[in-house]
Design a protein around this ligand. Structure first.
Ligand code: JHZ
Ligand code: ZN
Length: 416
């Protein structure tokens, strides 16, 4: 293991402190969103990506995670608003909160953790709702501020919760999307939420769901930023010591299968029967069994072998293969499988900050979308598979021109 990174409490669960051991290693990994300028390749940072499952509390987590400042900073490469579908998704999330949680409340106050470029908070702002975004990555926070969305650049913890509560009062709702699974000190955030939430407030967050990842072998959800992959079981147990009860769960199709969790101060709301149903489903899926993760490991190895066999064959046939979407997830796939610029000529991505850079670890060039459209390749390797519906609709012309997609979730296949 790299000496530069700390393991989780020296081999103990980040939530319950029980001893944990990794069930596999994805090997040496760079920062998933660490797209490099050509002059930065020499000092690239690596760590060992090792997932572990805590048999005591059921939390799926990384043993090692790089320092947060290495991942979230003034050059953070992921802007939430790059997908039209995600824009619609967060508009619907905001309206659901306004129409249900906030119905009948006087001047409700909403706080979003990890508010990125304001993709969700803008809908509260537009409706005149008092809001505050907490976003440590300064560049994306600036985009939100420039649109009039109140945002502070900080990491959320108990101390910040005290400060917000003192300055602005308690929150009617605390929201987080694709954020909670990024924060290693989950108990610290839970303490902050407990402090900031009003007695009748709700805490709602959504993240990629462990059940989907296991069912689809979508191991690319595992990368430096995702220190946890949650289940209803692990969420319920992690927040209970902070007086927060899991009162509802709602599956989402976003990010290849996510779950929205609603928590509230214990006893303040009725617990939906969907919670017990989900817990029973998870037990039936074996999400609390160590053997499930050994099978997952075998599935990852098989997926890797099948993908490299396909890419190797296309390479020997001298086909042009281009990656579609320089996702964070692709960093795990590329580096775990051993994909090189020999297999994939470049990766097309619409995010300006990623263009002209090299992919983390394997140094595959990232180019603007125009390069893809200008001269279609024979095959496009769909790294942004979670946006498949949106992308395949948009790229009907690529398929009509004879192009084919290489996909690897849930299985490696070539599709049109
Ligand atoms: P996308 C990020 O993961 C990072 P990523 C983060 N850690 C997280 O948890 C999840 O989001 C929520 C491009 N693209 O959404 C844009 C096109 O080029 O799968 C993006 O760079 N053309 C916070 O990075 C990337 O693909 C398109 O048509 O895995 C998509 O990244 C579309 C739709 C996207 O998230
Ligand atoms: Zn634990």
């Amino acid at each position: 293991m790299s000496p530069k990174v700390k393991s989780a409490n020296n081999g103990h669960c980040r939530v319950c402190s029980a001893r944990i051991t990794p069930f596999m290693s994805f090997g040496r990994m760079p920062i998933a969103n660490g797209f490099l300028r050509p002059d930065q390749t020499e000092n690239e940072y690596f760590f060992e990506l090792t997932p572990a499952f805590c048999e005591a509390c059921g939390m799926f987590q990384l043993l090692e995670q790089p320092d947060p400042q290495k991942m979230f900073h003034e050059q953070y490469a992921f802007y939430s608003s790059t997908s039209h579908y995600m824009q619609a998704h967060f508009e619907a999330f905001a309206h659901a909160v306004i129409n249900t949680v906030f119905a009948g409340r006087d001047e409700p106050f909403v706080v979003e953790l990890g508010s990125n470029d304001g993709i969700m908070l803008r809908h509260f702002k537009d409706r005149g709702v008092r809001h505050l975004g907490v976003e440590p990555s300064a560049n994306v926070a600036d985009v939100a501020r420039s649109q009039g969305i109140s945002t502070i650049s900080a990491f959320f913890d108990r101390g910040l919760a005290d400060q917000i509560a003192a300055d602005q009062g308690g929150a009617d709702a605390i929201l987080a999307a694709n954020v909670m699974c990024h924060i290693p000190d989950l108990p610290g955030v839970a303490a902050g939420v407990q402090r900031l939430l009003k007695a009748d407030g709700v805490f709602m967050f959504e993240d990629p769901y462990l059940g989907d990842m296991i069912a689809k072998t979508s191991y690319d959800q595992i990368y430096d930023e995702h220190v946890f992959i949650f289940s209803a079981t692990s969420v319920q147990r992690a927040f209970a010591p902070f007086g927060l009860e899991l009162v509802d769960v709602m599956p989402q199709i976003t990010h290849g299968g996510s779950m929205r969790y609603t928590l509230a101060p214990k006893g303040s709301r009725q617990v939906s029967k969907k919670v017990s149903e989900q817990l029973a489903k998870e037990a039936a899926l074996g999400l609390d069994q160590a053997e499930t993760y050994l099978q997952f490991r075998a599935n990852c190895e098989n997926s890797r072998a099948a993908l490299m066999q396909t890419l190797g064959r296309l390479r020997s046939q001298q086909k042009r293969v281009v990656g579609y979407g320089a996702t964070s997830k692709s960093t795990t796939v590329i580096n775990y499988c051993g994909i090189t610029p020999e297999h994939v000529e470049f990766i097309s991505d619409t995010t300006p900050i990623k263009q002209g850079r090299l992919s983390p670890g394997a140094h595959i060039p990232v180019k603007a979308y125009g390069e893809f459209a200008k001269r279609y390749p024979d095959y496009a390797l769909l790294f942004a598979w979670n946006h498949a519906a949106e992308i395949r609709e948009k790229e009907a012309g690529f398929v009509a021109a004879g192009g084919r997609w290489v996909v690897y979730v849930p299985e490696v296949a070539i599709v049109s």
